[in-house]
Design a protein around this ligand. Structure first.
Ligand code: UFG
Length: 370
């Protein structure tokens, strides 16, 4: 790898969002170094990333909570910036184990920020400290009806959302104290889908909490039926409305965010969503249309903590980053299904599915390495 290729540290790079972001960064001519402890991801991801992108993957296996380790990684690789995705994200688990979330997410962010200040301040040849941070639309809580803009009030309704809110506040304070920082906060709406190669995708541990992985597991026969949480919301068909965004669009958003920080030097907070809400029933119908798979479902009680609707006003992302989501709900469903059907047990699936994925890669003219 030439020394001229700019590097980026990608914490949580083996996870669902991280792996797709890795591919987009590499395609944009940026060399990502993955820092991951595989607490919530599978080591098989690394080999798959090498196959998709046709080059070996640089991995630093370790914990973002280990400040000395992070500092050492930064000094050795001298990245031009950091994309921080590492952290825990299951809402229900955060209610049951709040300290795990406060420690993992908040102390993890502090560890990274301290390591970055030690390496990048005062500003030297590496340039100013540059960070893209993964936040969530959960910080808006129940924002009522209509599209949600970034200046809407924030509130938390569970410890997971609370940690993201605290980290956002922490970043603001860090920026105020040291204006050299360049920080891009990305508030994700509902990422779904998978890379079109079906080599990487969402692989939740245990019972999926989120709609799309649950739905694809029903379609593949791992679960008997989908439970639709609530049919009496004040929405057109009574089921909850969300802003589903293709993971490939979300990954593109990270590259755009990084480039914008580097070009303008100005910090920002933006929503990453499509601006279009779909109900649970609309998603189920789109999935059936896109894949031909039947999806049995039952409408059950509302899930505690859910809001009726949540969708983005994405105009600031367009203005600042020149980014907008392009992929349709149909593509989200087709890609989620391709991933699930070729990897019925996720990354733990056997060699047969890996071999069929490899065949597809060759068909697509992608380079496959050893
Ligand atoms: N849903 C079902 N059945 C399921 C799962 C979900 O009907 O088995 C419904 C939910 O009630 C909701 C919609 O599908 O109406 C989407 O639910 P998800 O769990 O997929 O997503 P959420 O909007 O609840 O939350 C997700 C992530 C959070 C993140 C948030 C950002 O889980 O981590 O999006 O808005 F913060």
């Amino acid at each position: 790898m030439s020394k001229q290729v700019p590097r980026i540290l990608l914490t949580g790079g083996a996870g669902y969002i991280g792996s797709h972001t890795f591919v987009k960064l590499r395609q944009a001519g940026i060399e990502p170094v993955i820092l991951d402890n595989f607490a919530n991801s599978h080591p098989a991801v690394i080999e798959r990333l090498a196959r998709i992108t046709g080059a070996p993957v640089c991995l630093e296996r370790g914990d973002v909570l280990d400040r000395a380790f992070v500092e050492d990684v930064l000094r050795r690789h001298a990245p031009a910036g950091v994309i921080h995705l590492a952290g825990d994200k299951a809402v229900g688990e955060s209610v049951a184990h709040p300290l795990k979330y406060f420690r993992g997410n908040i102390a993890g962010a502090i560890s990274l920020l301290e390591a970055m200040e030690a390496v990048y301040l005062p500003v030297g040849p590496l340039g100013p400290p540059t960070l893209v941070f993964s936040s969530t639309a959960t910080v808006y809580g129940d924002a009522g009806t209509g599209p949600i803009a970034e200046d809407f009030p924030r509130r938390h309704s569970n410890p997971y959302g609370h940690t993201k809110l605290v980290i956002e506040d922490m970043l603001e304070a860090v920026q105020a104290a040291r204006p050299e920082w360049r920080i891009g906060v990305l508030r994700y709406f509902n990422p779904v889908g998978a890379h079109p190669s079906a080599l990487i995708g969402e692989d939740p541990t245990g019972t999926p909490n989120n709609l799309m992985p649950y739905l694809t597991q029903v379609a593949i026969g791992r679960r008997s039926h989908l439970r639709i949480f609530g049919g009496d919301y004040p929405t057109p068909d009574g089921t909850g409305v969300r802003d589903y965004i293709h993971i490939e669009d979300l990954a593109d958003g990270h590259v755009a965010a990084l480039r914008t920080l580097q070009r303008t030097g100005e910090s920002f907070t933006v929503n990453l969503g499509t601006g279009r809400g779909y109900s649970v029933l609309e998603v189920v119908n789109a999935f059936v249309d896109a894949t031909g798979c039947p999806v049995p479902y039952r409408i059950v009680e509302r899930r505690p903590g859910d809001v009726a609707q949540c969708y983005a006003d994405p105009s600031r992302a367009m203005q600042l980053l020149g980014w907008e989501a392009k992929r349709t709900l149909e593509q989200m469903c087709a890609d989620a299904w391709r991933w699930q059907s070729r990897n019925p047990q996720g990354y733990a699936s056997g060699m047969a599915s890996a071999a069929s994925s490899q065949a597809t890669e060759k068909e697509n003219g992608l380079l496959v390495i050893g």
